[in-house]
Design a protein around this ligand. Structure first.
Ligand SMILES: NS(=O)(=O)c1ccc(NCc2ccco2)cc1
Ligand SMILES: [Zn+2]
Length: 262
């Protein structure tokens, strides 16, 4: 998600990514359309454990394709384990994808339904790999939690993020954001779907165990408006609004989607 020649526009968008990243047409690409009636209930799937207590958020940044909150890479860092995971995964960053309007913006869809936005909490397998960079290309290297956002009541904790967005309007800008515990962004129910997939932006590595929560969180229309004032462009460039930064669902290619609940 660093500086790159791909984007979400007419010429550099998802349908042309395969030219620079052939894996775009691979067998475990993300996102996907989740069809609950076709998921397999795997009774061996234990509840996911989310432990974000000792989380030292470093800051918030606009990396030209999304807005991300980065976490310090420390041993006792925040992380997740159990659920479909065989190892402990450490939180690296979280970011969002959203649309031009409230009716679309998520990457995963459920029975074809799109949500207004999708939050991704990106974790890497620190039990098995030395660095994030090493893990990002390994088949069991990453675990990403997907949380759907839908418009409704104002989210009481999201304001700490939306209040900071005006400070990271331009690509390449960043600001302090201390001690933000992202547990407050998770839905009440941790029922999830899980499947083997990929990064949803280039380099599209097929290294992600996806864990997508069934229950969306509610955010207000006003809170969503604040994401839409962000820019893909740098301070001196022509203004390009950061919106529609989502990849559409990709072919399932025979993959099984497991449900953690009956
Ligand atoms: N939307 S997403 O959660 O699938 C996602 C997409 C891309 C990255 N990129 C992380 C990265 C750093 C170096 C190479 O790649 C991380 C997470
Ligand atoms: Zn993402």
């Amino acid at each position: 998600m660093t500086s790159h020649c791909w984007g979400y526009g007419e010429d550099d968008g998802p349908s042309s990514w395969h030219k620079g990243y052939p894996i775009a047409q691979g067998n475990r690409q993300s996102p996907i359309n989740i069809v609950p009636s076709e998921t397999v209930h795997d009774s061996s799937l234990s509840p996911l454990i989310v432990s974000y207590e000792h989380c030292t958020s470093i800051g918030i940044s606009n990396n030209g394709c999304s807005v991300a909150v980065e976490y310090a890479d420390t041993e006792q860092g925040p992380g997740i384990y159990r659920g479909p995971l065989s190892d402990a995964y450490r939180l690296k960053q979280f970011h969002f994808h959203w649309g031009h309007k409230d009716w679309h913006g998520s990457e995963h869809t459920v029975d074809g339904k799109t949500y207004t936005s999708e939050l991704h909490l990106v974790h890497w397998n620190a039990s098995k790999y030395q660095t994030f960079r090493e893990a990002v290309a390994a088949p069991d290297g990453l675990a990403v939690l997907g949380v759907f956002l839908e418009t409704g009541e104002e989210h009481q904790s999201l304001h700490k993020i939306t209040d900071a967005l005006s400070m990271v309007k331009f690509k390449g800008s960043n600001a302090d954001l201390k001690d933000f515990n992202p547990k407050c962004l998770l839905p009440k129910s941790l029922n999830y779907w899980t499947y083997s997939g990929s990064l949803t932006t280039p380099p599209l590595h097929e290294s992600v165990t996806w864990i997508v929560f069934e229950e969306p969180i509610e955010v207000s229309k006003k809170q969503m408006e604040k994401f839409r004032m962000l820019l893909f462009s740098e301070e001196e460039e022509d203004e390009k609004l950061m919106e529609n930064n989502f990849r559409p669902p990709q072919p399932l290619k025979g993959r099984k989607v497991c449900a953690s609940y009956n």
